[in-house]
Ligand binder design. Structure first.
Ligand SMILES: Cc1cc2nc3c(=O)[nH]c(=O)nc-3n(C[C@H](O)[C@H](O)[C@H](O)COP(=O)(O)OP(=O)(O)OC[C@H]3O[C@@H](n4cnc5c(N)ncnc54)[C@H](O)[C@@H]3O)c2cc1C
Length: 425
């Protein structure tokens, strides 16, 4: 397991890791075999096991070792692309259903925390902050669209003064706040989903890397120590799968993103926040930040187009943090870490049937906290034959990255660097 060291994150400091689960120890048979124990794979496992299916999850490292245990914890309501984009891409009727799916995702999260009792504190309030004055009118017009056309009353406009009362920086000129969206500890949520899946009967093997997916009437996941043969396979690896299934890797590309938390700020938290809402801004390479329950600033920003994380992440994040909050220049950073997420060329999720009995949901392009558990549930529905929501997602356009497996990275780096440069102009 040394190839997969734990992320020394704020989350791992506040959530004691459960004992390791044993790796796969030989050949096995399942109704459904799942690659990846993040939000998607764990939720799929839970909902399949609850339908009485025999489920085996293979995880190369530990539960939530991927993006699910390391992210910003911001739980957005909405798909990664907005309703304007969705209406053009799939038509108004499907766009409406995709919006309703997002409300269902919030209801699923509420149910996970409420009825199922996963111990996660969900804090309401998520601000969209415009870093250029010219963006504010567009944001306000989108708020009116959600309220008037989609009947969503929880989102409100923020003018410059209202923004500055909530986020104490000169960096933003206005934006919006969604009072129903919010933020949470994602590692606690993933650990809770794993416990629920196991209680329902799913088996999770950690330290078990899938080396090959053998297609056929009974697909199999081959590992160093044995294979799991199943009636169906679910690929839930987001951006982390490497060399197993080209149909996914052509469309879902890994990029790294970085986060830091300060030391507890005490009353100085009021120098930066006027409430407890999380914030994501309008940059192409988004800055996202929020107060933690113990009064730190958790700040994410700064991407690299590599899956290798630097040893010392703090110097990567600190300049971005001070760009927004120069008043924190004397404050220490106590935790800094990185993670890898999957993006697609259209930023729409890649949800597909890539063979009659092999399904994938990945490439949430930075918005998987609310949607990952929902898409796992939708994979489970599809395996059970309820295809409506799966087919809806499968209609979203997701082209391959240009340049094939070898050239896609330099082409992406050039494109992303251009947009990141525009953020600074
Ligand atoms: C730094 C960072 C910040 C983010 N912030 C936010 C945010 O604030 N809000 C938001 O909505 N989203 C955010 N995201 C995105 C979000 O975390 C992801 O969309 C989501 O966690 C994806 O969940 P998943 O289960 O699909 O994939 P993951 O959680 O990445 O899980 C995939 C799992 O598959 C395993 N795996 C891969 N290949 C193999 C193999 N061959 N064999 C066995 N196992 C394998 C991996 O080890 C991993 O555990 C962020 C991501 C990062 C990295």
């Amino acid at each position: 397991m040394t190839a997969y060291p734990p992320a020394p994150s704020y989350y791992s400091a506040v959530n004691p890791a459960p004992p390791p689960r044993p790796p796969l120890g030989g050949d096995a048979r399942a109704d459904v075999a799942i690659i990846g124990a993040g939000f998607t794979g764990l939720s799929a496992a839970l909902h399949l096991a609850e339908r009485g299916m025999k489920v085996v999850v293979l995880e190369q490292a530990r539960v939530a070792w991927g993006a699910s245990g390391r992210n910003g914890g911001q739980a957005h309501i909405g798909q990664r692309r907005d309703q304007d984009w969705l209406e053009k891409a799939v038509g108004p009727s499907d766009a409406r259903k995709l919006w309703d799916m997002c409300l269902d995702a919030k209801a699923l999260l509420d149910d996970t925390i409420g009825r199922r009792g996963v111990d996660v504190r969900f804090e309401k309030g998520l601000i969209h902050a415009d870093h250029k004055p010219a963006y504010v009118a567009e944001t306000h017009s989108y708020v009116r669209k959600l309220r008037d056309d989609y009947g969503y009353p929880h989102v409100e406009t923020l003018d410059r003064d209202q923004m500055r009362a909530l986020v104490k920086t000169e960096a933003y000129h206005g934006g919006s706040i969604d009072h129903e969206a919010g933020h949470l500890d994602p590692l606690a949520l993933a650990f809770g989903l794993a416990r629920l899946a196991e209680a329902a009967g799913a088996v999770i093997h950690e330290g078990t890397r899938v080396l090959r997916l053998r297609h056929g009437a009974r697909p199999a996941l081959e590992t160093e120590r044995g294979a799991v043969t199943a009636d169906a396979v679910l690929i839930c690896t987001d951006g982390l799968m490497d060399g197993v299934e080209p149909a996914v890797e052509r469309r879902v590309m890994p990029i790294a993103n970085h986060i830091a938390t300060t030391a507890p700020l005490g009353d100085r938290i009021f120098e930066i926040f006027g409430g407890r809402a999380a914030v994501a801004d309008s940059r192409f390479v988004v800055y996202y930040f929020r107060p933690t329950p113990d009064g730190r600033l958790l700040f994410g920003g700064g991407e690299t187009y590599s899956t290798t994380l630097p040893d010392d992440v703090a110097p990567l994040v600190r300049p971005h943090m001070l760009n927004v909050f120069p008043q924190l220049k004397d404050v220490a950073i106590e935790h800094a870490w990185g993670g890898v997420l999957g993006i697609t060329p259209s930023r729409a999720p890649f949800v597909r049937r890539i063979a009659p009995n092999v399904l994938v949901a990945a490439g949430y392009s930075g918005q998987g906290v609310m949607l990952g558990p929902m898409f796992g549930k939708i994979l489970a529905e599809a395996v059970a034959g309820a295809l409506e929501r799966f087919d809806l997602l499968a209609r979203l356009p997701v082209p391959s990255f240009p340049g094939g497996t070898w050239l896609r990275k330099p082409i992406l780096v050039a494109a992303m660097s251009y947009y990141a440069l525009r953020d600074r102009l």
